[in-house]
Design a protein around this ligand. Structure first.
Ligand code: HEC
Ligand code: HEC
Length: 158
């Protein structure tokens, strides 16, 4: 019985520590990710998609000449998103699909891959590179472009 109070104290202490950590990653997320737009809903993307999106945002911040998130802030933001991200379904265990969601839902809703033919996707992909450049959003590099384009062609309206 003498150990009982000790247990309560240590439980209380670890709960407090946990609460503090959660509050601060929430704060950093809110602070950093509502600087340029409305705070995104953490449950709108899977964690692998968030990881790609954070890198794009870091790139956008640098293009704008502002200071990017420090490594510590980035870790906090990722920790916050990891806890709240949407669960991945099996069809999404595909890197092309992740890059597609990460890069093609920044300015509008996710396009449905089967709404266009492969030929039309090829034209849209080139047009979207231009739209990204105009908006100050980094363009897809060659590898990302290939990944997204093949994913779309695979799922296209044949
Ligand atoms: C320097 C400005 C800037 C900062 C800071 C920034 N973003 Fe963005 N973000 C953009 C731009 C530019 C777009 C493209 C669409 C637009 O023009 O609003 C965008 C779009 C998005 C989108 C797609 C729109 C949506 O709400 O679903 C998400 C998701 C996103 N950002 C996540 C983040 C996250 C997470 C952070 C914090 C790490 C962040 N952004 C910080 C500039 C920024
Ligand atoms: C920088 C913002 C931005 C990003 C990122 C972006 N788009 Fe777009 N997208 C636009 C705009 C703006 C339009 C409206 C049509 C136009 O002006 O070209 C559009 C329209 C579209 C349309 C509809 C075309 C039509 O004729 O109705 C499709 C499909 C599309 N985008 C696919 C994509 C794909 C695939 C990606 C990822 C590779 C992507 N978008 C990324 C800005 C963006």
């Amino acid at each position: 019985m003498r150990r009982y109070p000790v247990l309560i104290v240590s439980l209380l202490f670890s709960t407090l520590l946990w609460a503090e950590e959660t509050v601060s990653s929430q704060d950093i997320y809110t602070q950093q990710c509502s600087r340029c737009h409305k705070l995104p809903d953490a449950s709108s993307r899977t964690f692998s998609q968030w990881q790609l999106i954070i890198d794009v945002m870091q790139h956008i911040i640098q293009i704008k000449g502002e200071s990017p998130l420090s490594d510590a802030e980035k870790q906090q933001v990722l920790a916050h998103l990891q806890q709240r991200a949407r669960q991945e379904n099996t069809e999404e265990k595909n890197h092309g699909a992740d890059v597609f969601v990460a890069r093609c839902t920044l300015c509008h809703q996710r396009p449905e891959p089967d709404m266009l033919t492969p030929m039309q996707w090829k034209m849209i992909m080139r047009l979207m590179q231009v739209r990204m450049q105009q908006a100050g959003v980094p363009q897809l590099n060659e590898q990302e472009f290939e990944l997204v384009q093949s994913y779309l062609i695979e799922q296209a309206n044949q």
